[in-house]
Design a protein around this ligand. Structure first.
Ligand code: GLP
Length: 244
């Protein structure tokens, strides 16, 4: 696992975007695994900027997103589908028929999980998976205690995730209680992983993820076992790290 320190969120965003752009330049028809949340917003902004300046071509790129809330239609502003369109897809020349997210409104949850696993499989495999980390160490929506082996599944969100994501909704009641997420098994199959973490409120958890025992209680700790994982974190997020 390589760990890079960024000065602050802006620096982190530029460096993350450079790694993603490098992947696209090296393999124009690559498969990107994408994430939502506040962590990747700055990186998506940079990618859009470089595309606008004529320096980055998304025309052959395929994307598969990590997760989607259950019970929220894609047109809704709170859906991750909407998030991706707003922050990236509508700002670059990506072919929308090659952008995939779980369908939060699928009537049969079990079927939807199987369908999404098949979508990911058909892409031929994720070249670069971008990840953020939740305050409780979750990746995607794989909450503490999730099996390391799972494919796409439907999860009950923990109280701490509901509280953390409340800032995007007008009240806590509106935060969905369930989500579809790619499993840790699928995430670990990606050729490369890029985890980005910002802010001092995640510092303690990042220390556990990078240097503590690998345990389902800290889902991000599994990344210690990935053959090509890069962690990009700002000074605040790395402030509790004590390599052992
Ligand atoms: C959400 C998403 C994750 C994301 C995490 C961190 O719950 N499902 O994919 O990485 O929370 O979000 P943020 O970057 O806003 O802290």
């Amino acid at each position: 696992m390589r760990i890079y320190k960024a000065k602050d969120y802006h620096d982190l965003s530029v460096k993350a975007a450079q790694i993603i752009a490098a992947q696209i330049v090296l393999k124009p028809d690559c498969v990107l695994g994408l994430a939502t949340g506040s962590s990747p917003v700055g990186a998506y902004e940079k990618l859009a900027e470089w595309h606008k300046a004529g320096n980055l071509d998304f025309s052959e790129v395929t994307t598969v997103n990590l997760d989607e809330y259950r019970g929220i239609p894609r047109e809704n502003e709170q859906s991750y589908d909407y998030f991706m369109r707003k922050h990236l897809f509508e700002k670059v020349n990506i072919d929308r028929s090659r952008t995939f997210l779980p369908d939060g409104m699928a009537p049969d949850g079990g079927q939807e999980c199987l369908r999404y696993d098949e979508v990911v499989r058909r892409t031929g495999g994720i070249d670069l998976q971008l990840l953020g980390m939740g305050h409780n160490g979750h990746i995607g929506f794989n909450e503490p205690g999730s099996s390391f082996a799972k494919g796409t599944h439907c999860v009950d969100l923990t109280e701490s995730t509901i509280r953390a994501n409340r800032r995007f909704f007008s009240s806590e009641e509106e935060v969905p209680r369930q989500a579809f997420t790619m499993g840790i098994g699928t995430i670990m199959e990606a050729g490369k992983i890029l985890l980005i973490v910002s802010g001092k409120e995640k510092a303690g958890m990042l220390n556990r993820a990078l240097f503590g025992p690998v345990t389902p209680e800290v889902p991000a700790s599994i990344l210690q076992f990935h053959r090509d994982a890069t962690v990009l974190a700002d000074e605040e997020a790395l402030s509790c790290c004590e390599p052992r």
